[in-house]
Design a protein around this ligand. Structure first.
Ligand code: PMP
Length: 363
């Protein structure tokens, strides 16, 4: 039998094998409808049933309270960097102030984009620590009447993950970019005003963006907010104001169903803790490899690391590929290596990577 392949891409990323097999078997004829899901009207009863089930399963998986809307949008995380301020800056007299905590590449992109629509206050930054930690909340300089606070709870490139929910002034909602760790751990949705995530890591194919928004936050868009990106309009039309990414929603629905069969988010979290423990232990065994992130902020999903001798990088990647360990090259902005170990990465994949790390280090 062929060597199993394990795909460590940061996204688009590995999907559960069973999901791909089910999609393949339903590709030409979904449930006897005579149509592929790709060919269905988004307003027909077949697709509406797929959509409703996906929303209901996601609501169950994340225990989303009834006063939150689940929206399926397009435009990715970077789209939300504009869509969020366009929808929320109107909570305050203009120009509004938005607070940001700058913990890495993605929160950096978010604050740069928001500055086109509002005043941006960087309440805290770990830039001078090369983004290797989340600044402790005690050091944050929050604005009492900010329109909202934006955080990126898992920095995909820097490998930094929050292990706490911030305390905020009474009327300042938290907006969290959870693109690269949503559904990987139990969260309390009620602590956030808005959660958004591009689908292409832990949810499904690229092209779908998930937004979970508290209902009272639908009312504060700037007049220039495009209608197709106005959350209130999107919510009123059940994410079908414009044609949604139907096939991506269908695959996401299959992933949600798979997650339920795995025991839900709490069960996934236990597995993710174990996978991360295994991998970091191998990286920490001696100084052959190096992960520079503060231990308490190390991401369970995205594990960047460097070889002590970077001249061996190409040899490391070639050896990994020969063993079926794919897409381990680090992001171009930081170099080195990165192993993304999302929900769909089985523990066998992490073990195969750990075996290779040990072998390559001559342990
Ligand atoms: N936020 C985070 C945390 C991400 O990891 C990414 C993509 N890697 C983005 C935003 C941008 O997403 P997109 O490319 O879908 O716009």
């Amino acid at each position: 039998t062929a060597t199993p392949i394990f795909n460590f891409s940061a996204g688009p990323a590995v999907l559960p094998r069973e999901v791909l097999q089910q999609a393949a078997s339903e590709m030409l004829d979904w449930h006897g409808s005579g149509m592929s899901v790709m060919e269905m009207s988004h307003r027909g009863p077949e697709f509406i049933s797929i959509y409703k089930q996906a929303v209901a399963d996601l609501r169950e998986l994340l225990n989303v309270p009834p006063n939150y809307k689940i929206l399926f949008q397009q435009g990715g995380g970077l789209g939300q960097n504009a869509i969020v301020p366009l929808n929320l800056a109107g909570r305050r007299a203009q120009p509004a102030t938005i607070d940001f905590v700058h913990t890495g590449s993605w929160s950096g992109k978010s604050l740069k984009e928001a500055a086109r629509y509002a005043n941006v206050n960087v309440a805290a930054s770990s830039k001078d620590q090369a983004f290797t930690a989340v600044p402790p909340q005690a050091s944050w300089k929050l604005t009492q009447d900010a329109a909202y606070l934006h955080i990126c709870t898992n920095e995909t490139i820097d490998g930094v993950e929050y292990n706490f929910v911030p305390e905020v002034p009474a009327d300042v909602p938290i907006v969290a970019d959870m693109s690269s760790h949503i559904l990987s751990r139990v969260i309390d949705v009620s602590k956030y005003g808005v959660i958004f995530a591009g689908a292409q890591k832990n949810i499904g194919p690229a092209g779908l963006t998930l937004v979970i928004v508290r209902e009272d936050l639908l009312e504060h868009a700037l007049p220039i907010c495009p209608s197709a990106f106005h959350w209130k309009t999107v919510a009123e039309h059940e994410s079908m104001y414009n044609t949604p990414p139907t096939y991506a929603i269908y695959i996401a629905g299959l992933v949600f169903d798979w997650l339920k069969r795995q025991g839900g988010v709490a069960a996934m979290e236990q597995r993710n803790i174990e996978k991360a423990r295994l991998l970091y232990a191998a990286l920490d065994a001696d100084d052959f490899y190096q992960n520079r992130v503060a231990k308490e902020n190390r991401s369970r999903m995205n594990v960047p690391f460097y070889l002590r001798d970077e001249a061996l990088n190409e040899q490391f990647l070639a050896g990994a590929k020969a063993r079926g360990l794919l897409q381990l090259k680090g992001h171009k902005s930081v170099g080195g290596m990165r192993a993304s170990i999302y929900n769909a990465m089985p523990i066998e994949g992490v073990q195969a990577l750990v075996d290779y790390l040990n072998e390559f280090a001559g342990r």
